[in-house]
Design a protein. Structure first.
Lengths: 114, 117
């Protein structure tokens, strides 16, 4: 299993540009989520999904869109990039259930918005 | 709302000495607690978790954590630190299952552990 994969690893955007960060997992996990990591802020949840066709907002959703058309893929779209979105983005997945399961993280995408 | 506090931004410890990284939490109901480690330029890796049962949880790489309900704490410990343990450590909490939204993990801000040779 490849686990959780993210592309690209690095990206530089200009203010106002749009782009999609890709996330895929091959573990048949139903729960997937996107976090951003900023210095001194820890990880903050952007959006999450509990299965194909179901998404919801996390703590910091503004400026980001998500969709979940398949179990495997959970792309994150930046509609109009702003310098405040400069961050490291992590995708994670886990199987759902009444018992908390471990979340598996991808390697991250480092995004710079100029 | 659930929250996690890691009161120390950085912890320095000499190689071979015991280490402790502190974490306190706030959540409604019985918590699910996690520790993750992040090495430079890498994603987060799972270390251990507390769901229920024994208050002392053992995890990867010789780490363990002690759940203390009365103090709402979940401190990470290791009897003898290695230089290779130097990394960023995150504590996280999740509320008991109460619907789709309860899968959300809330992370602390992280503690940088430096083990000095």
């Amino acid at each position: 299993n490849a686990g959780v994969t993210q592309t690209p690893k690095f990206q530089v955007l200009k203010t106002g540009q749009s782009m999609t960060l890709q996330c895929a997992q091959d573990m048949n996990h139903e729960y997937m989520s996107w976090y951003r990591q900023d210095p001194g802020m820890g990880l903050r949840l952007i959006h999450y999904s509990v299965g194909a066709g179901i998404t919801d907002q996390g703590e910091v959703p503004n400026g980001y869109n998500v969709s979940r058309s398949t179990t495997e893929d959970f792309p994150l779209r930046l509609l109009s990039a702003a310098p405040s979105q400069t961050s490291v983005y992590f995708c994670a997945s886990s199987p759902p259930g009444l018992v908390a399961d471990t979340q598996y993280f991808g390697p991250g995408t480092r995004l710079t918005v100029l | 709302a659930q929250s996690v506090a890691q009161p120390e931004d950085q912890v320095n410890v000499a190689e071979g000495n015991p280490l402790t990284v502190k974490c306190t939490y706030s959540v409604s109901g019985n918590p699910y607690l996690f520790w993750y480690v992040q090495y430079p330029n890498r994603g987060l890796q799972f270390l251990l978790k507390y769901i229920t049962g024994d208050n002392l949880v053992k995890g990867s790489y010789g780490f363990e954590a002690e759940f203390n309900k009365s103090q709402t704490s979940f401190h990470l410990k290791k009897p003898s630190a290695l230089v290779s343990d130097s990394a960023l450590y995150f504590c996280a909490v999740r509320a008991p299952y109460s619907g789709a939204g309860s899968y959300q993990l809330t992370f602390g801000k992280g503690t940088k552990l430096s083990v000095i040779p």
